[in-house]
Design a protein around this ligand. Structure first.
Ligand code: FPP
Ligand code: MG
Length: 345
């Protein structure tokens, strides 16, 4: 969200209003983002072979919202030390995220990411997975430089990311509720890293334990809301806006929240959707299956129902901020809840 955050800061929207009230903080966050960007690009350039450097630098170079580094830098505002000590932790959060995207695009057979061809589309699945591993190894080295607490956190979060993805693939266990399964998957694959971003920034500047804890709780809820928004956008956003293919979750059989809600529904739309998502339904409809399923989902009540769940999570994120000092950094965290609620890409 940083690209859009920085953009809106300059563009005079909600974040712009915030910038008008908090010019010093906004300027400091932007400086931190620029410094972490330089670090990120530097890591890819460290690959000894220029061709490898190009591959591992591909998704860093395509930009992205940079939500995680932004959160690390905001988290760093809650400690006593200079927030610039968190620049490497900001780069770390984005490195882990980018590494996971190389893998995710292989798993989802995605052809585009961040408005550019995915690494797997350009170089094939094996190279993309290895590039993700290369970046994850870089991340581990950087975390080790940042101390045992951050290294432990990074290792734990990587485990949660991978577990979330495995659980997404293996699906609902016998007797497990589909929504509980969904939220467990999302907590691992999205929320964990968003919470880590905030925590690691706060740890770097020596914030109090209860503050680090509150930021982690906020991050878990914000991250869940962010992923629900992503799920909704998969069916409502045009590819040119999201930088990804529309209906990709559906196409690869990922049970996103709107799909789960629509399947639990009753009525002719739900019936047709259920049929369409069977192997026979897909085979019959061929290339028309995904656009038809997207249309059915859009026309039903599932996107609105998913949005209500997203807003409920944002309320919990806001509640987690209750005990934090009422300064500019806390206000930025409230504003980020509004930005996630209004996400359009
Ligand atoms: C995007 O979800 C995926 C993630 C946020 C996490 C992916 C995690 C892994 C592949 C585990 C491996 C992790 C590491 C660190 C190597 P999505 O497919 O719902 O969203 P999208 O629309 O952005 O693709
Ligand atoms: Mg994906």
């Amino acid at each position: 969200m940083v690209a859009s955050f920085a953009h809106t800061v300059r563009g005079g929207s909600l974040a712009g209003e915030l910038a008008a009230r908090e010019p010093a903080l906004t300027a400091r966050l932007q400086q931190g983002l620029d410094a972490s960007e330089e670090r990120l690009r530097g890591f890819a350039a460290e690959a000894p072979d220029p061709y490898v450097a190009r591959i591992v630098g591909h998704l860093i170079g395509t930009g992205g919202k940079r939500l995680r580094p932004l959160l690390t830098l905001v988290g760093a505002e809650f400690g006593e030390r200079d927030p610039r000590t968190a620049v490497d932790a900001a780069a770390l959060a984005e490195l882990v995220h980018v590494a996971s995207l190389y893998h995710d695009d292989v798993m989802d057979q995605a052809r585009t990411r961040r408005g550019a061809p995915s690494a797997n589309a350009l170089w094939g699945n094996s190279v993309a997975v290895l590039a993700g591993n290369w970046l994850l190894a870089k991340a581990a080295r950087l975390a080790a430089e940042l101390g045992p607490e951050i290294l432990r956190l990074q290792a734990k979060v990587t485990n949660r990311l991978v577990t979330g993805q495995i659980r997404e693939l293996t699906g609902v266990s016998a007797g497990e509720d589909a929504l509980s399964h969904y939220f467990a998957v999302v907590a691992g694959k999205s929320a964990a890293l968003i919470a880590m971003a905030l925590q690691s920034g706060a740890i770097r500047t020596g914030a109090r334990d209860d503050t680090v804890q509150a930021l982690a709780e906020y991050g878990e809820h914000l991250g869940t809301a962010f992923q629900i928004a992503d799920d909704i956008l998969d069916i409502t956003a045009a590819s040119e806006v999201s930088g990804k293919e529309q209906g990709k979750d559906l196409a690869v059989g990922v049970a996103s929240l709107p799909v789960l809600l629509a399947l639990a529904d009753e009525g002719p739309g739900a019936e047709e959707l259920r049929e369409l998502l069977t192997a026979a339904g897909r085979a019959r409809e061929g290339a028309a299956a995904v656009p038809r399923a997207v249309a059915l989902l859009r026309d039903g009540g599932a996107p609105a129902e998913a949005e209500a769940m997203m807003r409920a999570r944002l309320l919990r994120a806001r509640a987690a901020l209750g005990g934090l000092p009422k300064g500019p950094a806390t206000r930025v965290l409230y504003a980020l809840c509004d930005i996630v609620a209004d996400r359009d890409h």
